[in-house]
Design a protein around this ligand. Structure first.
Ligand SMILES: O=C(O)CCC(=O)C(=O)O
Length: 270
């Protein structure tokens, strides 16, 4: 899927693009089945909600030989429908920074504070520039009640907003946008918008986009996959305590675009 100049201009203006119906029902079903399988593994790549057994995040799905490896996610990261738009947006070849699946289980799935991903990747991994793009894949209906993401359109143009460290609100510590800053920014830029959609929807967003999401109050799960790509020129600097490869891949290997239609059509690689 090649992006048009109009789509690229809309991404530059708003910081995101939404495409419904990119993955087909059988592909979404395969990705969900694989998540059920790998989330049963006991490993640090599976992180839980604070004070609960509910899974919050699964990392490591594209890592061949790893405990949470899944061929379907390895293929997804290379699929033309996801990878080609990312290359079009960054205007260069990319490597895979990580894949993260956020579960947000019915009733138990917790919120995500307002934050910018690049504030975290800059501080934690010494990513020199915000030349990373995330492709969010919806595996369930994302609704306001089930804890969909919210964006502040245009906020990617603000650069890094002075971040505040928060290791108490949820089980996942994060550099966040502080409350007073958030009130100031939305006062100027307008209220955040809900990123809702049906299973198979893909959303591309900028690394400096201010985003967050609420608790899942609904009786249905809200699973979403986040595939993060880094421009090959954006080589990570050194840090005293590098995060594991499954969170910040330092190998910077160029990804080849796969034109195969269905994830299951790809040849086995492990
Ligand atoms: O899945 C969500 O609701 C939010 C996830 C998020 O913002 C993140 O992983 O950076």
């Amino acid at each position: 899927m090649k992006l048009t100049p109009e789509q690229i201009a809309a991404f530059d203006r708003d910081g995101y693009l939404v495409f419904p119906d990119i993955l087909e029902a059988d592909e979404v079903a395969l990705l969900k089945t694989e998540l059920v399988r790998v989330s049963a593994v006991s490993d640090e790549r599976i992180m839980r909600e604070r004070g609960s057994d509910a899974v919050r995040i699964v990392y490591g799905l594209p890592d061949i030989g790893g405990p949470t490896y899944s061929q379907a996610y390895y293929d997804l990261a290379r699929n033309a429908r996801i990878l080609q738009p990312v290359i079009d947006l960054l205007e260069e070849d990319v490597s895979l920074y990580h894949i993260k699946c956020n579960f947000k289980e019915a009733i138990d799935g917790g919120f995500w504070q307002w934050h910018q991903d690049y504030a975290n990747w800059s501080a934690n991994d010494a990513a020199p520039k915000p030349r990373l793009v995330t492709a969010l894949v919806m595996l369930d209906h994302a609704t306001e009640m089930s804890g969909c993401l919210y964006f502040v359109p245009g906020s990617h143009k603000l650069g890094i907003v002075k971040p505040a460290w928060d290791d108490t609100s949820t089980s996942y510590a994060l550099w966040t946008v502080a409350k007073d800053k958030m009130i100031e920014i939305t006062g100027k830029m307008g209220d955040p918008v809900a990123v809702t959609g049906t299973p198979g929807t893909v959303v591309f967003f900028h690394a400096n986009m201010i985003h967050g999401s609420g608790h899942n109050m609904s009786p249905r799960q809200r699973w979403q996959v986040y595939l993060v790509y880094n421009a090959l020129s954006n080589v990570l600097g050194s840090v005293p305590k590098p995060r594991p490869d499954y969170q910040a891949n330092r190998k910077a290997e160029r990804l080849e675009v796969s034109r195969l239609r269905a994830l299951a059509d790809a040849p086995a690689c492990a």
